[in-house]
Write a protein that binds this ligand. Structure first.
Ligand SMILES: Cc1ncc(COP(=O)(O)O)c(C=O)c1O
Length: 444
């Protein structure tokens, strides 16, 4: 239980004469400390330090430490990213002294191990994305969006093409329009169709030579993978624009398909969603970006590089077209080693597909697990001579039942709760609007 008393300031707990430690009397002559300090450097009076006992100090700071939000101790009201499995082993590895205790300004030759790790990470992220040039600089997903849009702006400036607009579907995360505006673009929304995918007619109507970038989250925030993405990329490329892939849901396609292969020119990763890092909540965290070769000269510096056979080093500013350093805070490094540990050390990055197959596809393709289980139970009940009906409100169960020939549609029902009737048993769920009921008809 939280010790509320210890949130009191140490100054308020102070009692004259209380001490944290009492040292034994010294048995050799001790010069007075005051005589060791030159008169000019002495304060007029002693500092007003709190006088408290050791247990009070320990309780105070232990309690303060519990006020940090933590997935172990609190409800953590962020989105899907925090529901992913963030193994602590990766955190422990990233907290090894060789990584965590490095001085942010340590000379390059003394941090070759860390630079090697970052260099390898760049390589892995490029391979997974199908986009060869990487910047580890951005401090969050949103920061990655902004960085990539600034890269796009520099690219078009260099091409002497005055492109002013960024487009994204209405299902986009709020950071997409915000990043577009911050990078100096006008933001235009493209409609989604009835199935939740990009409305191609609306996209075609809004595409013109002033469009710099179309941003797409795929799978989208609705959990749908838009199979039209290749066609969308062609439409945008034909008008000279670029495709930005918001990689927040990369864990659903990791190792299965690559943004670079389906037409993306730029993307960001959210390591806190995909690679078990802590969520920066807009930063400090990490949001590395990958871009196509033609955009590489505009990436922000520094970049970790290695020339054949030489040491790994940090490359400073390049051409004038480069987006200048966007992350002055070196301590945001932490999620990157965690990402490295998650991908390389835990799984072997070439097997990242396993993350997707084992963990995420069932989540995204919600169809299947629940209804299939229900069908197995239902078949057993029907075999015993029982009638089995299901009243469904969850979209995935509705979709499954209405498509499967094993479920006969009985009609609409409006009740305040969801019921599942299996033989003699009725299972009632307290939430949801039950909208349709079906009867199980086993295979003949
Ligand atoms: C689709 C999408 N894009 C971008 C972001 C922004 O990422 P971050 O919170 O790392 O800034 C999120 C975060 O939840 C997201 O879900």
């Amino acid at each position: 239980m939280r010790n509320l008393k210890s949130t009191t300031l140490l100054f308020e707990l102070s009692q004259p004469g209380r001490r944290g430690a009492t040292l034994p009397v010294c048995d050799v002559p001790v010069p007075s400390a005051i005589e060791l300090i030159p008169a000019a450097a002495r304060a007029a009076s002693p500092p007003p330090l709190p006088e408290v006992a050791e247990p009070e100090v320990i309780r105070h700071f232990t309690n303060l430490s519990t006020l940090n939000m933590s997935v172990d101790t609190h409800f953590y009201p962020l989105g899907s990213c925090t529901m992913k499995y963030n193994s602590k082993r990766n955190e422990r590895m990233a907290a090894l002294p060789g990584i965590a205790d490095l001085h942010p300004l340590a000379p390059e030759e003394t941090i070759q191990g860390l630079l090697e790790l970052l260099y390898e990470l760049q390589h892995m992220l490029a391979e997974i994305s199908g986009l060869p040039a990487v910047s580890l600089q951005p401090a969050a997903g949103a920061h990655g969006e902004l960085t990539a849009l600034m890269v796009a702006a520099a690219y078009f400036r260099h091409q002497q093409q005055p492109r002013t607009k960024v487009l994204a579907p209405d299902s986009a995360h709020g950071t997409n329009p915000a990043s577009a505006r911050m990078a100096g673009f006008e933001f235009v929304t493209v409609k989604s169709n009835a199935s939740g995918f990009v409305d191609l007619e609306d996209l075609a109507a809004k595409l013109d030579d002033s469009v710099a970038v179309f941003m797409i989250t795929n799978p989208s925030t609705l959990g749908l993978f838009d199979r039209q993405v290749g066609q969308i990329a062609k439409m945008v490329h034909d008008r000279g624009g670029l495709i930005y892939l918001d990689g927040a849901n990369m864990n659903a396609i990791l190792g299965i398909t690559r943004p670079g292969d389906f037409g993306a020119d730029m993307m960001h990763y959210n390591p806190h969603k995909t690679f078990s890092g802590p969520h920066g909540g807009g930063g400090p965290g990490a949001g590395p970006i990958c871009v196509a070769e033609k955009l590489a000269p505009y990436l922000p510096t520094p970049i970790v590089v290695r020339e054949e056979g030489s040491e790994v080093r940090v490359q400073g500013s390049g051409t004038d077209d480069r987006t200048s350093s966007l992350n002055p805070e070196p301590r945001t490094l932490n999620p990157l080693p965690i990402a490295f540990c998650a991908v390389l050390a835990t799984l072997g990055w070439k097997r990242t597909k396993r993350i997707t197959r084992l963990v995420v596809l069932p989540e995204f393709q919600g169809l299947g697990i629940g209804p299939r289980l229900a069908e197995t139970v239902a078949a057993a009940e029907v075999a015993k001579g029982n009638r089995v009906t299901i009243t469904a409100s969850h979209p995935s169960i509705l979709a499954w039942c209405s498509r499967s020939p094993r479920w006969k549609y009985l009609g609409l029902k409006k009740t305040g709760s969801t019921r599942q009737q299996l033989g003699q048993r009725t299972i009632r769920c307290s939430t949801g609007r039950a909208v349709a009921s079906f009867e199980f008809v086993p295979d003949q």
